[in-house]
Design a protein around this ligand. Structure first.
Ligand SMILES: [Zn+2]
Length: 307
């Protein structure tokens, strides 16, 4: 058994304006850092319409398609921009997570990492925002539930920003447990502890300056026991690496080693409940060096645990 690395050259064709943190160079940083690892490299397919429609209404899909420029760029909000290649990249990003789920559920690989962009965890049911267009991990989670017949999927999001989009897409579906650690206050402003969905959402807001010790403590005391209790049949990770101390968009103080640590802990839970089945998808991470090192630390654990 191996670890799948799912990506696509189309993810390079989502070109944001000069100086935008969610830039093409992020993918080079991640893929460059994973070079030489023993991974099964797979092209991300375009997401199927019925997979997208499980999480977004047709009106949202139509709106994103209609906004896609045939030349130049179009801005959906101050942060979220479409170039000519964005629509296809967004379809491949969501499709990559679905392919990851299919490979892991089918036993082709032990676990999988989708190195895709645009990211997804800020995309709400009807709103593209925060660099995101479609809720990639939720598309994968609902595919696992409906297509593969699972009853429980957990999504753990350690990106420094709250996954408001993921929450919006799952908060009425008790088959999905969504756990998020994030800096608060910070964009997008959601993710208070009292936001609990249908008792299927766990938000753990953390103050600016939170470092390794406090992060590991809250993971061990609060997040991991909740996932353990839920006993997921598949574990999906929204892997944002912007809680790293070097990240320019936020003020948490995690190190590369913390991302390896949390990955080990999540793999332990996956071993206990779901035969090690883990699907991870890239979200944020904006210091290119820290992003590459953190993603490599994360995937190295997946690769070691997947053997
Ligand atoms: Zn983020």
């Amino acid at each position: 058994m191996t670890t799948a690395l799912i990506t696509h050259s189309a993810c390079y064709d989502h070109v944001t304006p000069q100086g935008h943190p969610e830039q093409v160079a992020r993918l080079d940083a991640v893929l460059g850092a994973l070079e030489g690892m023993d991974l099964q490299r797979v092209n991300a397919p375009l997401v199927a319409d019925d997979d997208l429609l499980r999480v977004h209404p047709q009106a949202h899909i139509d709106a994103v398609r209609a906004a896609a420029p045939s030349e130049g760029r179009r801005s959906l909000d101050a942060d979220t921009h479409m170039s000519v290649g964005t629509l296809t990249a967004a379809y491949r990003a969501a499709g990559g997570v679905v392919r990851a789920v299919d490979m892991v559920m089918g036993g082709e690989v032990a676990n999988a990492f989708a190195a895709v962009r645009p990211p997804g965890h800020h995309a709400e049911r009807q709103t593209a925002m925060g660099f995101c267009f479609f809720g990639n991990v939720v598309v994968g989670a609902k595919h696992a539930l409906d297509h593969h017949g699972l009853e429980r999927v957990a999504i753990v999001d350690f990106d420094v920003h709250h996954g408001n989009g993921t929450q919006d897409l799952v908060e009425d579906d008790p088959r999905i447990l969504f756990c998020s650690t994030h800096q608060s206050p910070l964009y997008p402003g959601t993710g208070a502890a009292h936001e609990v969905g249908v008792d299927n959402v766990l938000n753990v807001p953390l103050p600016e300056g939170t470092g390794s010790k406090a992060f590991r403590d809250v993971m061990e005391r609060v997040v991991l026991p909740r996932v353990d209790e839920f006993a997921p049949q598949l574990l999906i990770i929204s892997a944002g690496f912007d809680a790293h101390m070097a990240d320019p968009l936020a003020g948490m103080n995690l190190t590369t080693a913390d991302f390896a640590w949390v990955t080990e802990k999540l793999c332990d839970l996956a071993d206990r409940h779901c035969n090690g089945r883990v699907v991870s998808s890239l979200e944020g991470g904006y210091d290119l060096e820290a992003l590459g090192a953190s993603a490599a630390a994360h995937v190295k654990v997946l690769e070691e645990r997947g053997r």
